[in-house]
Design a protein around this ligand. Sequence first.
Ligand SMILES: [Zn+2]
Ligand SMILES: [Zn+2]
Length: 435
Amino acid sequence: MSYPLFYDSVTACDECDLLHRIPPLKSGERFKCIRCGHVLISVHEHVKGRIFGTGCSSLLMLAFALAFPFLGFSSSGAERSITLFNIVSVLINQDYLILSAIISLALFVFPIAYLLAVIFLVWSFDNHHVSMAIKRYFTRWVIVIQPWLMVDVFLVGTLVALVKMDSLADIELGLSFWAFCAYVLLLLKTISLVDRRWFWNQLAGHGPDHLIVKPPVLEKSALAKSITAKQQELIGCHFCGATLLGTAFHCSRCGHSIHSRRPHSLTGTIAFLIASVIMFIPANVFPIMQTTFLGGNEPSTIMGGVLLLWSLGSYPVALVIFLASVVIPLVKMLSLSWLCWQCYYPTERETMQKIRLYRITELVGRWSMIDIFVVAVLTGLVQMGELMSILPGPAVLSFTSVIILTMLAAMVFDPRLLWDKNEGSVMPSSQEKKE
Ligand SMILES: [Zn+2]
Ligand SMILES: [Zn+2]
C-alpha cells in the first residue's frame, strides 16, 4: 500500500508563526517558511529505506566500536589500551558517578534508544497492527532526545585529547576508533533524514487524527494574505507541526499541550540564564582537570589549560578549547539575554537578524561539551599511577551544568515572541517557497 508524501494541508512556522498552505510535495523537496526561511518540511528520497539502512549500519558500527580497543597509550615504557567502556568504568571506579552517567547517556543510551526508535517507527508506518499509542510514544521520544545526541562532539573531544597528549606519549588509534567514526557519521546522516512533520504525518496517516483543523476554518483563514496562526486564532503545535483551533489545550495528534506562545518563555529563559551565570563562576575558578606527573599534582582550570597549551605552542587546540569552553558559553548567555531584552523592548533592528542570532546560539551550544569529553577521554586513557594519571577536577560538574542550563534556556525561549513586536513586517507575498 502506498501513501502520499504529506497529508497536512496547512502548517504554522515554528519560528515566526506564519501560516502556510503546504503544496503537494515531491520526493527530495524541501518546504521553507517564506518569512524567516526556517525549513518546515524536508521529504527525502526513499526516506524509509535510507533511514532503515543508515540506522541499522550505525548500530552495527557501534557494536564494532564497543568490541575492540579504542585507544592505546604508551609512555616511558608503560603501556595501556582502553575500550570505550573503559572510559565509563574508570570514571565509576574513581567515584565520578554523575560524569560517567552523562558520558553513558550521551554516547550510548540516547543514541541507541534514538536509533532503535527511528528504525521501529519506519517499520511500523507500513504495519497497521502496531498500536497508535506505541508509535506516538516512540515519535515523542525521538523528538525529545535528538538535541541531546552528542557523539560528534565526543569525537572532536577525543581528537583534541589526542593532540594534547601527543607531546607526552605515543598514542595508537585502535580498530574501534575507526568504527566509532563510522558510527558518528551514520548517526548524523540518520538524524538529517528524520523530519519531525513527516514522521507525524506518516504516523497519523489519512485518518480522523489528521483532520485537526476542519476545512471550514481553513477556508475562512486568510492564508493568501500571509498571516500568523495567532492572528487567525489558530495554534501551531510546536511538537508535531499540526494546526489546531485556538480553543484547544492539547494537540489531538501528538497529545502535547499546546499554546499560541510558550507560557513563561521569557521568565523561564531568564531563570536558566541566571542559574548558568552562577554556575559559570565555580566552573572557571576551580580546576577542571588534575594531572599527576612523576608524583607531583598539577590542577588546571579551563583558562589555565588554554594558556598552558598556548605556551607549549599547541595553538589550534588552545584556540578550540578557548572557543568551546569560554567564548561559546559567554556569547550564548549574552545573546539570549539580549534576545529576551528585545522581546520586552524591541529596537528597530531587523527581526531576521535576531532570529539568525537565535539559530546560531541554538546550534553551537552543545559544542561547549568538548572540554568535558577531553577530560573524560584523558581520565580513561591516562591511568599510570604516580608516573602519570589524569582525573576530573571539581569544575567538571559545574561546567556541565552551565552547558545544560544554557541549552535549556535556548529551548525554552520562544522565537515567535521576537516577531510579535513587529507584526507589521509580515511579507505581502503569498508564494510558497519550495526547493
Ligand atoms: Zn517562519
Ligand atoms: Zn502536536
